[in-house]
Design a protein around this ligand. Structure first.
Ligand SMILES: Nc1nc2c(ncn2[C@@H]2O[C@H](COP(=O)(O)OP(=O)(O)OP(=O)(O)O)[C@@H](O)[C@H]2O)c(=O)[nH]1
Ligand SMILES: [Mg+2]
Length: 320
């Protein structure tokens, strides 16, 4: 059994190295996949030096990054988290074991119950509460945390769940798609959540409103994929349209559009106004890089937890 830890990054140079170091490495045949949205700092270089596989996704957005990351993941099980040290990487072995032992399809991790001090501002907590209540009311769910970005699931479910959001709403949409699918066994598990290292990118009000609006649209069936043509061709997940954050700062849901050359070879070349790749203009290739060969497969996921793991806390009955 192979496990892929997929992490989207946008200017997480200060924290991506620590995040990768925190992931237990020997509990499974593991790959770490960083999906970078053209970070302006040394995120990509740090990740490469830690032997992560780097996928460049120049199109903006958290959801867009995950779609490409999932398509690129080689594991049977996918684990996700932010590249900012907020999620408990040490819990990954126990969560994977739970998924296998309980024959689950999808686990989402609740950050609220075991949140550490300083991990979230009061405004951010309020926003999360509103979105959780909205999600639960509109879709008949009982989540404690609809916005969590740590999930553990079988890659095979990607045939059955079809989130379309390219931005931050991807998180709530994936949970809705999974929990509302009667053929999937899903569970919410409480895990610690810690203060982030690096600059906060989320705009509580702006992104909060976008998430809320998205929920309403999803409920009324008005949600449509942003990259329809490419999705139809089946190339959207492994190809890139060539967009660039010109602000130099990056936003959580990146909205500025530009064009960029993504042919990175340690450094990034850019040429405004063109997509300077050898691929077709409408579908330039996402580039993947990895500094060293990944470890050869172990036989299977080991059943022991990482020593530092107290084990994730289950907070909701498995949905059959
Ligand atoms: N590739 C890519 N990654 C992104 C993008 N936007 C955000 N991310 C990454 O997605 C993860 C989640 O974003 P965060 O900014 O941490 O959002 P959050 O956890 O809701 O909020 P804070 O941690 O409080 O800032 C982080 O690792 C970001 O670097 C994007 O447009 N493209
Ligand atoms: Mg974060």
């Amino acid at each position: 059994m192979k496990v892929s830890v997929v992490i989207p990054t946008l200017n997480e140079g200060k924290s991506i190295g620590i995040t990768i170091d925190q992931i237990p490495k020997d509990f499974a045949n593991l790959e770490i996949v960083i999906v970078d949205g053209l970070s302006k700092d040394d995120t990509v270089e740090v990740a490469r030096n830690k032997s992560a596989r780097v996928v460049m996704e120049t199109r903006k957005g958290y959801g867009r990054a995950y779609k490409s990351g999932f398509a690129s993941a080689r594991g049977d099980i996918i684990v996700t988290m932010d590249g900012d040290t907020t999620y408990p990487a040490e819990e990954i072995p126990a969560l994977v074991k739970m998924l296998i032992d309980e024959n689950l399809d999808f686990i989402t991790c609740d950050r609220i119950t075991k949140m550490e001090q300083g991990a979230m501002t009061a405004t951010h907590k309020f926003g999360n509460w509103v979105l959780k209540v909205g999600t639960n009311m509109l879709f008949g769910m009982e989540l404690k945390d609809s916005q969590s970005g740590m999930w553990v699931f079988r890659k095979s479910i990607l045939d059955k769940v079809h989130p379309v959001s390219d931005g931050m709403p991807f998180s709530e949409e994936l949970k809705i798609e999974a929990f509302k699918n009667k053929n999937l066994k899903c569970k919410e598990v409480s895990v610690p959540y810690r203060p982030r290292i690096g600059e906060v990118k989320l705009n509580t009000w702006g992104d909060g409103m976008k998430n809320l609006t998205f929920l309403m649209k999803k409920k009324t069936g008005k949600v449509e994929p942003t990259y329809k043509e490419e999705e139809k061709k089946g190339t959207a997940d492994i190809n890139s349209k060539g967009t660039e954050d010109k602000s130099g700062k990056g936003t959580a849901d990146g909205r500025e559009k530009g064009t960029a050359d993504i042919s990175r070879k340690g450094t990034e070349e850019k040429k405004e106004g063109t997509v300077k790749t050898e691929e077709k203009k409408d579908a330039p290739k996402i580039e993947e890089t990895q500094k060293t060969e990944e470890k050869k497969p172990d036989a299977s996921v080991q059943s022991t937890s990482h020593p530092s793991s107290k084990g994730p806390q289950e907070t909701e009955k498995t949905k059959e």
